[in-house]
Design a protein around this ligand. Sequence first.
Ligand code: UTP
Length: 410
Amino acid sequence: MISFEEAKKQLSTYKQEHLLRYYDELDEEQKKSLLMQIEKIDFSILKALDTKNNEALKRGVIEPIEAVSISDIAKNSDNYHELGIKALKDGKIALVLLAGGQGTRLGFDKPKGMFNIGVTHELFIFECLINNIMKVVDETGKFIHLCIMTSEKNNEDTVGFFREKNYFGYNADYVHFFVQDMAPAVDFNGKIYMEAESRISSSPNGNGGWFSSLVRSGLLDELKKNGAEWLNVFGVDNVLAKIADPLFIGAIIKSGAQSGSKVVPKSSPEERVGVMCLEDGRPSIVEYYEMTGDMITQRNSDGELAYKYGVILNYLFSISKLEEINKQNMPIHTVDKKIPYMNDKREYITPSEPNGHKFEKLILDMINMHDSCIPYEVIREKEFAPIKNPDGADSVVSARKLLEENGVAL
Ligand code: UTP
């Protein structure tokens, strides 16, 4: 843990010395806790408040991108499968599950992975994902290292749950947890809010913080020592995610590209999903809210949407390229939020209007940092059942239906 002096120095670099204002009156436990929070905070994120970051968020020239289509994959499936199975058996692939989100839309007060989507019996989201990985483990006879990213807010619950459930039959030696960094919440003048004398207002720094947090945890070195060369990264939301998919792995390795992204055709032009594209000739993802009306409706001569490939948060990244990217700054997204805080009179205020910014790094920004990323098309109904909301689109209800259609007993 950092010392008081180190914390003070760190804070003065970022003009945030006020976080230690009440330090002298704290008890030992609180002092330790405050220093630990300061250590865990990704202060570099405050750069989002300067103009250079705004430049980084500006979009270049966007054009459609070609994908490896389902029919291309079918033609080469034997070859891809063989290559993928070999990479898995040789231990070249490790898995990263991003589970540090807050799942606000679902409105469940535990980590999203602990949600039970079963109907007649228990079936937790985490369990579903493990079952999906087990299909490949059964095929290769080899466990795959699985790193699970949690946040300060849900780490204890998540780790405890896996232990209690005996890792859902997965080999515990192959399951590793790491905690993502936190981003501070600031007022409109860039000063970090405090929630109490010993508590800094902060939230997980977005799913784009995963690689730097993995490196910082020491786990990346472990994975590399075990021979890993590629990371298959996926989210907690999609209960139909095909993870460690030999065909996907084989296709990306064969292509010689630095990375690959599973994509599905959009369900409608307006679907709220990021799409793959080329930006100034490089692979990229534009979020649905960044798309112009023309882009949303543009069609090719064959009548297909020009920007039809939605991303489903299932990527394959080469570790060596990620290490290179990690030396660069990622764009930081700022969102105006209502942030509860302690005022100068030490009263706890819950604002009714936005009173500051929160910051996030997004994994989708990593794609544009690669020279090559292959969009790899998969069958939507078989591989995409996201759980974002309790009901309606992308919900517990729609995911249950899709699971049943794919033969999963609920
Ligand atoms: P979402 O963008 O759906 O965010 O995350 P969320 O926080 O889980 O949910 P809402 O928006 O509050 O309802 C997509 C994936 O990225 C992970 C999530 O756990 C999910 O797998 N994630 C998100 C992180 O790991 N860390 C973060 O800080 C944010």
